[in-house]
Design a protein around this ligand. Structure first.
Ligand code: HAM
Length: 424
């Protein structure tokens, strides 16, 4: 038999990596509770049609699609938003608004594997449905700020844009909706020349080129400039006002917004309003991103419902933590290994292990049947705090020997007092 490797783009997370990922998942879940988002669990496999409806060319072309044994065309979810929008038109349809929903899990995209870009990765996903007010948009940014702060990351910054600015200009110049999406898709990939080729009207090309050049300056300066620049394009002007208001709300609460970018577009097609991403200087890929999508729920047959949300790339957050050498909180609970001195004492030793575990102590049992010296040496190497040595003589007196592996000291302790001894 050959030795097997993981499929290209798929990874094994070894204990340390899994520990960091779990820490980030834990912080995401705490954030969901702090902001009042209720967790739901949705399927990993969804109808291809649902996932592709409004996700856009980029995501559609990267989905893992297959036929199940019932001949249904299904796909592994590339994100959560479509599943949550589906839920909001079915099981959660009559829930009062605003509806705040949280999910966490693995998602799948056939991206080109490289550092921070995988084909299986983890997202925490927050959706807020029912409000079109700027404070709802600001909430997606604020909760992302809270999550990143809680992981201990430093120097992360937000970039904000607004799909309504470009779409506003394009619609007023009668550019078809589909062509608009294609243009935004190109802009997301920074293929500006390709994007301009799709625009027939010279006036429109000039307007867009101008917007692209509005980069630089403080976020507020850029937002003001956008507003002035799109004067006369009513929808784009309203979008610029909206962007400014969201920017004010987010920065007033201390979110580090570094740039406002009028040319900023995101890969997903369903966005209709504010969009944002968050980055750290150590990586040139986003740790999270989101935005407003006011029309997706009606595409899925629901009532017209404004919505805004964000997803965080948990593997990338973990990677950024590693690059910034962010320390995980150290474990404070003591650990123990229980070693029977001879095989006949296994049952008694197991009983003692169970008693400790039931009281919440993490206990490893010596399952290798090694000699005491070897078992102790191994426990010491793995930084276990105590060895509980179960010997015949001590058992007769309802006692065991407890060895402090760091201090190399040992004492005989009554089993009834064992917990007290280990917990200090
Ligand atoms: P997204 O920007 O496609 O948005 O993905 C969110 C985050 O997932 C990215 O910022 C990145 O951190 C992470 N990510 C994306 N692709 C990869 C990859 N190949 N490997 C590792 N991490 C990756 C969404 O998914 C939207 N559903 C967000 C949203 C929710 N918008 C509204 N509601």
């Amino acid at each position: 038999m050959p030795t097997f490797q993981t499929v290209r783009g798929m990874r094994d997370l070894l204990p340390e990596e899994a520990e960091t990922l779990n820490f980030v998942i834990c912080k995401a879940r705490e954030t969901s509770q702090l902001y009042g988002y209720k967790e739901v669990v949705t399927p990993l496999v969804e109808p291809y049609e649902l996932l592709s409806a409004k996700s856009g060319e980029e995501i559609r072309s990267r989905m893992f699609i297959f036929k199940d044994l019932g001949d249904r065309t299904v796909a592994l979810r590339p994100e959560f938003t479509a599943s949550i929008a589906r839920l909001s038109t079915t099981a959660l349809k009559s829930e009062p608004k605003p509806l705040r929903v949280f999910s966490v899990g693995s998602v799948y995209r056939y991206d080109e594997p490289q550092r921070g870009r995988y084909r299986e990765f983890w997202q925490s996903n927050f959706e807020l449905m029912g409000s079109n007010n700027p404070e709802a948009d600001a909430e997606a940014i604020l909760l992302t700020n809270s999550l990143l702060k809680a992981t201990g990351l430093r120097d992360y910054t937000f970039k904000i844009g607004h799909i309504g600015v470009i779409r506003g200009v394009l619609s007023q110049e009668n550019v078809d909706d589909k062509v608009q999406s294609a243009i935004l898709q190109r802009m997301d990939k920074k293929e500006y020349d390709e994007a301009f080729k799709l625009i027939e009207q010279e006036k429109c090309r000039t307007a867009l080129r101008g917007l692209l050049e509005l980069k630089g300056g403080t976020p507020f300066e850029t937002a003001e400039k956008i507003k002035k620049y799109v004067t006369g394009y009513d929808k784009a002007e309203a979008a610029a006002d909206n962007l400014l208001e969201i920017l004010q709300l987010a920065t007033a609460s201390g979110c580090p917004v570094k740039t406002v970018e009028p040319s900023f577009a995101r890969g997903l097609e369903y966005y209709t309003g504010m969009i944002f991403e968050v980055n750290v200087p150590e990586l040139d890929i986003a740790l999270g991103g989101g935005g407003r999508y006011d029309r997706l729920i009606e595409v899925f047959g629901g009532e017209s419902t404004p919505a805004v949300g964000v997803a965080h790339g948990l593997d990338r957050i973990a990677l950024a933590m590693q690059m910034q050498k962010t320390a995980l909180p150290t474990r404070r609970e003591k650990t123990a290994v229980v070693i029977p001195v001879k095989p006949e004492l296994k049952a008694e030793a197991l009983k003692i292990s169970q008693m400790l575990r039931e009281a919440g102590v993490s206990v490893e049992f010596e399952v290798m049947g090694r000699k005491m010296g070897k078992a102790l040496e191994d426990a010491d190497k793995r930084k276990v705090d105590y060895a509980v040595i179960v010997g015949e003589r001590e058992l007769k007196e309802s006692s065991v020997v407890v060895r402090d592996l760091a201090k190399h000291e040992q004492t005989t302790v009554k089993i009834a007092k064992l917990l007290e001894k280990i917990r200090v």
